[in-house]
Design a protein around this ligand. Structure first.
Ligand code: F0G
Length: 482
């Protein structure tokens, strides 16, 4: 199904409705609002002062000074009334709490593995898995490791190897499953290193690093066959598994009539284990998990879990969190929700594109990415186009976005002082789940289109202080002036 529009603010499916009965086709937010959180309006002048006081780093702003916060879709979602009811039901017993068994049942129903281990968030799952099975000299291939995953693998002495299909590196390539693994490259990698050096293959659904792009089940089956051939387990990073399932339903032949839950189950049936940040597709404000069949690995993971996270039936979470996550895992697979979720992301992307704003395509599940080098084509790399655009967007409209580009990945050569810049300098607009309405998104679109019209007035920035590791969180900047 392809989404088309009726009028300026309407998204409708181009479905075959030749019936004589008129059908309302507008896709709406499939929820109503019971609790509201006021947003604070600020003036351009105030925001110019606030961002100057924050040394031109949006991470250093107070959230209450942000009107629309698109920094991340992680842990920022709105919980449903059922999830809040779960919070009240939470059993806070240290060991064997009822809430754990509810959580375990919800996870097992979907993932299908024997062992279910809760953790406080995705990167804790990554660390536990690495601690259990990754050793110096190992290689862990995948479609594109998220940065905390990469950092955890590297901290264990392993090489994190990205083997995406070639289309993933082309920002405009119209491939329906740009998150796919390059199966031939994986085969070569496993042939070269073998199971002795590859503890597992890790495929991320959807692939965040290439823009929330999905992985097809056909590709996963091919990956599994290569893994089986070489005796290497296949793992999934399932942070956005429901969004991936929806893309499969919409785009992959043979799956249109299956429910998202059936598709998710078919996905997890292909892997030996999965880790997940439940701050995304489980509607959690906190939470993570590991799900696996291997008894020996599970024992090692649980031993480390007790040291650093907590007892195996709470894993760093409260009983109330486990309840809310169990409900969230169900709700995220509702068709009305997923239809609205993916359509609303595409809505923002297409409006920006139609107005000439350079965006990456196809649009992903959780975010739209602006190509900042093309947006700010008057700024050379050392004037940090993506970061400058983020600052300008905040000053102009109070919107906070995240640069994924020159500041995050640019590296100075310690000897010559010259810089290496990443292939793409992007600004990510990540959409919190069930938080903002279409009117908020129309505001975002309008703000970016206005800014695009006078983009050449956006001043460049320069570093005042750049920490060596993860510079984007704490770096300080100043206007570059020429
Ligand atoms: N894996 C993926 C694919 C992610 O996107 C993230 C987090 C993690 C693992 C780590 O999970 O935050 O719960 O520890 N992504 C967030 C983002 C931070 O903004 O994309 P976590």
């Amino acid at each position: 199904m392809i989404w088309i529009e009726l009028g300026p603010a309407r998204l409708v499916p181009r479905c075959a409705t030749h019936s004589t009965v008129a059908v309302v086709k507008t896709i709406i937010e499939p929820f109503r609002i019971k609790v509201v959180e006021p947003l604070r309006m600020t003036s351009v002048e105030t925001r110019q002062r606030l961002i100057r006081e924050a040394d031109y780093n949006p991470f250093r702003l107070r959230a209450e000074h942000v009107l629309i916060d698109l920094l991340t879709d992680s842990g920022t979602g709105a919980m449903s009334s059922e999830q809040w009811a779960g919070v009240m039901r939470g059993d806070e017993s240290y060991a064997g709490a009822r809430s754990f068994f509810r959580f375990e049942a919800a996870v097992r129903d979907l993932f299908g593995h024997r062992h279910v281990v809760p953790t406080h968030q995705g990167r804790a799952s990554e660390r536990l898995l690495c601690h259990a099975v990754v050793r110096p000299g190992h290689v862990v291939p995948g479609n594109g490791h998220f940065d905390t995953t990469r950092a955890n693998l590297e901290a264990s002495g392993a090489t994190a190897l990205d083997l995406p299909i070639p289309e993933a590196r082309d920002p405009g390539a119209p491939h329906p499953f740009k998150g796919n693994v390059d199966v031939d490259a994986l085969e070569q990698c496993l042939r070269r290193h073998g199971p002795a050096r590859v503890p597992f293959v890790l495929v991320t659904i959807t692939s965040n690093v290439v823009g929330g792009q999905p992985v097809s089940l056909e590709n996963l089956r091919a990956v599994r066959a290569v893994c089986d051939h070489h005796g290497v387990p296949l793992w999934l990073d399932a942070a956005r598994f429901a969004e991936n399932a929806w893309f499969v339903k919409m785009r992959e032949p043979g799956w249109a009539d299956r429910t998202p839950r059936e598709i998710a189950r078919a996905t997890f049936a292909l892997c030996h284990g999965a880790l997940m940040s439940m701050k995304k597709d489980a509607f959690g404000n906190i939470g993570g998990l590991l799900s696996l069949d291997d008894d020996a690995w599970a024992e090692r993971i649980r031993t480390a879990l007790i040291l650093t996270e907590g007892f195996p039936t709470y894993g760093g979470l409260a009983g109330r969190d486990l309840e809310a996550l169990a409900v969230g895992l169900d709700e995220v697979l509702e068709e009305d929700y997923l239809r609205y979720r993916i359509a609303s992301t595409a809505y923002v992307g297409r409006h920006l594109k139609d107005a000439g704003v350079p965006v990456l395509e196809p649009f992903g599940g959780h975010a739209v990415y602006v190509d900042a080098r093309r947006f700010c084509d008057h700024l050379p790399d050392e004037r940090l186009p993506g970061w400058s655009l983020c600052v300008a967007l905040y000053e102009h409209a109070g919107i906070r976005a995240c640069e994924i580009g020159n500041v995050m990945f640019g590296r100075p050569d310690p000897d010559t002082g010259s810089w290496t810049w990443p292939a793409l300098d992007l600004v990510r607009l990540a959409f919190p789940r069930r938080v903002y309405t279409q009117a908020h998104m129309d505001y975002v679109i309008e703000a970016l289109v206005e800014l695009h019209a006078r983009r050449h007035a956006i001043p460049g920035l320069r570093f005042v202080h750049r920490p060596e590791t993860l510079p984007h969180f704490t770096a300080r900047f100043a206007p570059a002036h020429g």
